[in-house]
Design a binder for this molecule. Structure first.
Ligand code: ZN
Length: 451
């Protein structure tokens, strides 16, 4: 039976109605919406549930395994996450955040663009392929974490547990597809064709804590400056000394691909960034996205001192959230910060996550296959932009068992979409088929091309 857009919309609305909000280390998570969501999936994706092996991992993560009857090719993983961030103040939303209301041809709600739409499109694609009798020459895995949006230790993080389980079984993936880049029409930028952003890597993530301890005391006799004042000097030291800009092999490729669709003067700058280094620096200083791919960023996000107005703090601290560019490490960033703050302040690293190295862009390998799928769907002039993702995804936890980590969601996106994590998150109803078609086409083409 041919699915209509109305069926897609109706089924996707239900995804949004489960408030699957995650919390740090699952400590305060209400798991009832997750269980109800799982029951809903079981009823609405009957073929997925009868032809694949489903496993619950950790507190609420899901792993599906579609086993090939004649596996001759390495397996593929389609992934995403079930959890969403909290909706903030519901009164600020035009429509209640878990109502999945339809207005202005869009479905409104938390999770519509980050990223239940991806989980939905993948499940729809696999359900459709099963109903068509598709017989892959490779195993297909589907994996959906329950706490991508929050910090969690290795014992709780759904993606860490899932990757560890696959590693234990000796599974090695040819590629995975996770949330990240999308397809957009180039016409807004003056390009007559489509642009597909394929994030091949993400930056590392670490927090650093600056702190200062002293005896504190009564604020009526402060003496020479307070602990908080000393922390403030440290913050200024950090903010006045951003990491210098530099190019990595991936950002060089990214700029070069972008040069194909932007207009002058960016066109020349992106095509030969070294030759136009000062112009590139100038551009990046007023373009946050460009700035973020050219160096390790340091954002001072939290600070604290005393809890009371008339008490001098005996301890003051600030947290610097850093996103590490490939080439920097947890240690190198620590010593960089140390060299730019007053010597009487202490700084320490709160986690240990060096950036995952970037695999090569292999035009003859699976990246090339992705390229041909997108050119079939969107035309020969489609430009693929291999790019660096500045945010984090669950994909990085699979780096040891996967050759190609494509953070690419497959959807055609336009300016009607609402923003992830913001109020009034929404997705146009007519965007849903683009994601489903992409995953179906990719899975079919992977089967043919490699036989
Ligand atoms: Zn997400």
């Amino acid at each position: 039976m041919k699915e209509t857009h109305a069926d897609y919309v109706r089924r996707f609305q239900e995804f949004i109605k489960f408030p699957t909000i995650s919390t740090t280390n699952d400590e305060a998570t209400d798991f009832a919406p997750f269980s109800q969501f799982h029951e809903y999936l079981e009823k609405n994706y009957p073929l997925v549930h009868s032809y694949t092996q489903k496993e619950n991992i950790g507190n609420a993560s899901l792993l599906f395994h579609w086993k090939s009857s004649h596996p001759t090719l390495p397996p593929v993983l389609l992934m995403g996450h079930q959890d969403v961030t909290s909706a903030g103040d519901p009164a600020l939303w035009h429509y209640p955040p878990f109502s999945a209301e339809i207005a202005d041809d869009c479905i409104w709600g938390r999770g519509t663009t980050d990223c239940k739409h991806i989980m939905f499109a993948e499940l729809e694609a696999v359900e459709a392929l099963l109903s068509e009798g598709f017989s892959p020459a490779y195993d297909i895995y589907l994996s959906y974490g329950h706490n991508e949006e929050v910090g969690a230790d290795n014992a709780h993080k759904g993606a860490v547990l899932t990757a560890a389980e696959l590693a234990r079984r000796g599974v090695h993936l040819e590629c995975l597809l996770d949330e990240g880049g999308m397809v957009t029409a180039g016409k807004e930028k003056g390009y007559d064709g489509y642009i597909a952003n394929i994030s091949l890597a993400e930056k590392g993530f670490n927090n650093y804590k600056l702190y200062y301890e002293c005896s504190g005391g009564h604020s009526s006799t402060p003496g020479q400056g307070s602990a908080l004042g000393k922390i403030a000097r440290g913050i200024i030291g950090v903010e006045d000394n951003p990491f210098p800009y530099r190019l990595t092999p991936l950002t060089r490729k990214q700029l070069s691909a972008m040069s194909l669709y932007v207009s002058e003067p960016e066109k020349s700058i992106f095509a030969s960034p070294e030759k136009h280094w000062n112009e590139l620096k100038k551009l990046a200083e007023s373009d946050k996205k460009l700035d973020a791919i050219l160096h390790t960023t340091m954002a001072v996000t939290m600070a604290s001192g005393s809890q009371q107005a008339n008490v001098l703090p005996s301890q003051a601290e600030a947290v610097i959230n850093c996103r590490l560019l490939q080439g920097d490490t947890v240690e190198s960033v620590l010593s960089y910060i140390r060299s730019h703050i007053p010597a009487n302040l202490t700084v320490r690293s709160m986690y240990d996550a060096d950036p995952v190295p970037v695999p090569d862009v292999d035009e003859n390998g699976t990246y090339g296959l992705l390229s041909s799928v997108l050119k079939d769907m969107y035309g020969k002039q489609t430009i693929l932009v291999p790019s660096l993702m500045t945010g984090g995804t669950d994909a990085r936890f699979y780096a040891d068992i996967c050759d190609n980590l494509f953070r690419f969601g497959g959807f055609l996106r336009d300016n009607r979409w609402g923003q992830a994590h913001e109020i009034n998150e929404k997705i146009p109803c007519d965007a849903l088929p683009s994601g489903i078609n992409f995953f179906k086409t990719f899975l079919k083409k992977y089967n043919i091309k490699n036989q």
